[in-house]
Design a protein around this ligand. Structure first.
Ligand code: UGA
Length: 358
């Protein structure tokens, strides 16, 4: 019987749609989902345990939207966010408003009700690694680049580099949650995702959205439209890529071990899947050749572009994101399992099926 009420803010987004799908399939949960669009969760709307409200929950309406259902909810997942670097530089005010100002009243409301707030923050709060400031970017000492939830300093660039609007807003939001925990007893969990990839991620410009999405969708568009893959600043940055199925395992497992999951921070990533963006470009070409059966994609053109040209002035990159996930492994009995190639294959096959059939 579905008698455990869960609220999901952002159920129509990439992560929210996968989490909603997972919890509904489990059968024990009644989901109250909120989003501005139901496009990514439309296949779930007929489920009797899914109650969808089309709405942007912001500071002015949080109480009205959630006040009546929060008391009986076991947990509230907050997943709604603006999370594309192109937006941080082009729309810094909106980035700060949506990631902090529109959202802080949710923390107040959860505090009032003693409701468990499970918030997806970002690995980007760590900013750049300390190692990146050393001569020759010396990564020989893991203490200077490995990211540990309660130990690693948050290193962001100067205010004029607007890349950090998002990380700064997210970091302040984390601090607001943590302050309400220590001062007012708010039960919380903060998750720091590491480049979660999967079907329904972002949008493909010209197909189902406009603007500059994150790297997977940028490369996918280039492959679909026979344009060069663009490597920003040489593609030297590193990312640890995590399959969305592994990520929602971690998110959903928290509900069954609340005592262990509450009042702490979790890095959720797959450190075995670390690549440079240049390596990612090569791998995506190879995987797309496999999916289409067309070997020409293996040598699809790549071109180089500066960060300033691609994103505009004020772009600065996170150099490396190596996550310590030992806390999630220990407390949630969780481990990311899906290798990089399978992650890319599942993700790219989804977009190929939608848009790649000539
Ligand atoms: C973004 C968000 O800012 C993070 O908060 C979020 O946690 C993260 O995505 C995520 O998906 O988890 P980032 O990884 O920098 O961070 O975003 P991407 O747009 O995916 O860029 C990754 C790298 O690829 C960057 O080095 C970027 O410069 C590069 N890139 C991007 C290219 O070389 N070519 C492109 O066409 C697009």
């Amino acid at each position: 019987m579905a008698d455990r009420r869960i609220i999901i803010l952002g159920c129509g987004g990439f992560v929210g749609s996968h989490l909603t799908e997972r919890l509904l399939a489990d059968g024990r949960f009644e989901i109250h989902g909120f989003d501005t669009s139901d496009t990514k969760c439309s296949h779930l709307l007929g489920d009797k345990n899914f109650h969808f409200t089309k709405s942007y929950v912001d500071a002015s309406n949080t109480e009205k939207m959630l006040g009546g259902i929060l008391g009986d909810a076991e947990a509230i997942y907050s997943l709604a966010a603006v999370c594309n670097p192109a937006q941080y530089v082009a729309n810094p005010v909106f980035t700060i408003k949506s990631n902090f100002i529109h959202a802080y009243s949710l923390v107040d409301l959860c505090t009032q009700h003693g409701a468990w707030l499970i918030h997806t923050s970002t690995c980007e709060v760590y900013g750049r690694t300390v190692a990146s400031y050393l001569p020759d970017n010396d990564y020989s000492n893991p203490d200077l680049f490995e990211q540990r939830e309660d130990e690693t300093p948050l290193v962001m660039g100067p205010t004029v580099n607007q890349r950090w609007t998002y990380a700064a807003a997210k970091a302040l939001f984390e601090r607001y949650i943590y302050a309400n925990h220590t001062e007012n007893g708010l039960p919380f969990t903060i998750i720091r995702p590491y480049n979660w990839f999967g079907p329904r991620m972002d949008f493909i410009p010209g197909r189902d959205g406009e603007g500059v999405p994150r790297v997977m969708a940028c490369f996918m568009k280039a492959l679909l439209d026979d344009q060069p893959l663009q490597l920003v600043d040489g593609g030297k940055a590193w990312r640890t890529i995590t399959y969305i199925g592994d990520a929602v395992d971690a998110l959903s497992k928290m509900l069954d071990v609340p005592k262990k999951a509450k009042n702490t921070f979790f890095n959720i990533g797959n450190r075995a899947n670390e690549v440079t963006i240049e390596e990612l470009a090569h791998l995506m070409r190879d995987v797309y050749a496999e999916i289409t059966g067309d070997d020409a994609y293996k040598s699809h053109p790549i071109e180089y572009v500066s960060g300033e040209k691609f994103y505009g002035p004020g772009y600065e990159d996170c150099d490396r994101r190596v996550c310590d996930v030992s806390r999630a492994e220990r407390l949630l009995d969780w481990k990311a399992e899906v290798p990089l190639r399978d992650t890319l294959r599942n993700t790219m096959a989804h977009f190929h099926d939608l848009y790649g059939q000539k």
